[in-house]
Design a protein around this ligand. Sequence first.
Ligand SMILES: Cc1ncc(COP(=O)(O)O)c(C=O)c1O
Length: 347
Amino acid sequence: MILGHEKVSFLHLPTPLEYMPSVSKDMGINFYVKRDDLTGFGTGGNKLRKLEYFLYEAQQQGATALVTVGGPQTNHGRLTAAVAAKFGMKCTIVAVGEYPGEISANILLDRIMGCEVYLVQQDGDATEEELEARAVKETMDKYIAQGDKPYFIPMGGSNALGCCGYYECAMEITKQCEEQGIENPRIICTVGSEGTYMGLFIGLKDTKSPVKLTGVAISPSHEPDAQARAKKYFDECKEYFGLDWDAAKEDFDITLKYHCGAYNNPVKEVREAIYYMGRKEGLIFDPCYTGKCFYGIREMVKNGEIKPGENIIFVHTGGVAGINGPAHRPLMQEELMDGMIIKAPAK
Ligand SMILES: Cc1ncc(COP(=O)(O)O)c(C=O)c1O
């Protein structure tokens, strides 16, 4: 139970907090990874923690279907599909976007798990928000008309209730730091729809944890004032949970410096960060979230925003399916051909 909210426990928690020796030595810091890519099923990732709480509420309401929204390659949608499959529910992901000409990456996994993917096409004059809202209503109505009870989960699972998942993760990390003797640690996580960051923020402050927190925005949607946006989200959570403490705008440490200009865009430096981690530690990051954030971490080490010897805890939020998406895989293929040996063996 977190802040009075119950969940359906379907994860094996806590996830490991692992030290990365080669990267630490090379970067001159102590680099730890909180392995939230290992959260159980659907190929894992951060959203399963939030979904434990959504599923409880959905079950309380007698829901038989889950409906959510995101980009066509949404990881959150893929994990919603996984939860729906595991708990015998129907599922639809609504996404505004073109059909990329192939069923790959997350969309492939969605379909393997039996989830419907509704790709909403432009009709000329409506905004993306309008198109999405219309398609969600149509989907909810369709479920109701066929006798189902749909439960709607917002983009990225990022409302107040979704924060419970990362509140719990904040407590895990604090305990693991104590157990492993990690002094003065700082968590660094990606900031997308922000539920991960906000859950960690509230969890750390509410439990008076000494662990610090920095967020790396992965898209310009947090501009111009990421702190103001975070404060607004915090205020919603404060009211929802009835928190008896406040946070100031300045308390939110979120950098806008490493979003690389767009959401899920292919970026050479991000791919290089992915190759670096793969080759040093055998750990796979994705181009949209974890790879971009790790690119930011490498820059922060270079420019002194991360101090030599600092204890950094990176939250691996999953998303590895993204490397197989049409925006990224062909570019990686070009760059990685150099290690392909395609010929008959020498006699
Ligand atoms: C793999 C991955 N990492 C990080 C995030 C960001 O989490 P949040 O949306 O809670 O900020 C997402 C969000 O979809 C994600 O899929």
